[in-house]
Unconditional design. Structure first.
Length: 139
C-alpha cells in the first residue's frame, strides 16, 4: 500500500514553500523564463525580510505594509533610492503572490494593507449656462 504525503495545512505553509509553489504556478501557466526569474528575485527580497521559515498565514497586513516601505524595497544596496517602477514591481509581485495563495486556499486571506488613497485631482471650475459667453445677441 502506497503512502501519501500529508496535505500541507494553511498554518504550516512557510514563506519559502509558498514562493516555490507560486513560481511553479507561473511556469505552469506559461510565463516566460525571464518573468519567472524576475519574480523570483522580487520574492527573494520578501523571503529575506520575513524569513523563509515564517508561516505565511502569520503575516499581517501591517507587516506587509512595513515591508512595502522598507529599505529592502525602496533603496539599492548602496542606499540610493530605487526607481518608482522597480519599487512598484517588487510590491506588485508579493501582492499578486499573496492573492494567488488566498485564491488557492493556501492561506485564509491575503494579508494586504489597504491601498493608499490617491490625492484628489484638482478640477477646473465648471461653467454653467449662465456663465457661458453670449453669442452677441441681446434678446
Amino acid at each position: 500500500m502506497a503512502t501519501t504525503k500529508p496535505k500541507q495545512t494553511t498554518t504550516a505553509l512557510t514563506l519559502g514553500e509558498f514562493a516555490e509553489q507560486y513560481l511553479k504556478h507561473l511556469e505552469e501557466i506559461g510565463k516566460s523564463r525571464g518573468t519567472v526569474f524576475s519574480y523570483s528575485i522580487d520574492l527573494g527580497v520578501a523571503l529575506k525580510h520575513f524569513g523563509e521559515d515564517r508561516p505565511v498565514a502569520g503575516i499581517t497586513p501591517d507587516q506587509v505594509a512595513a515591508f512595502f516601505e522598507s529599505e529592502a524595497v525602496t533603496k539599492t544596496r548602496t542606499g540610493k533610492p530605487k526607481a518608482k517602477p522597480t519599487i512598484d514591481k517588487c510590491r506588485r509581485v508579493l501582492r499578486l503572490a499573496l492573492v494567488w495563495a488566498a485564491e488557492q486556499k493556501l492561506i485564509p486571506t491575503a494579508p494586504l494593507p489597504p491601498k493608499p488613497e490617491k490625492p484628489a485631482k484638482a478640477t477646473e471650475p465648471q461653467t454653467s449656462q449662465d456663465d457661458a459667453p453670449s453669442n452677441g445677441s441681446a434678446h
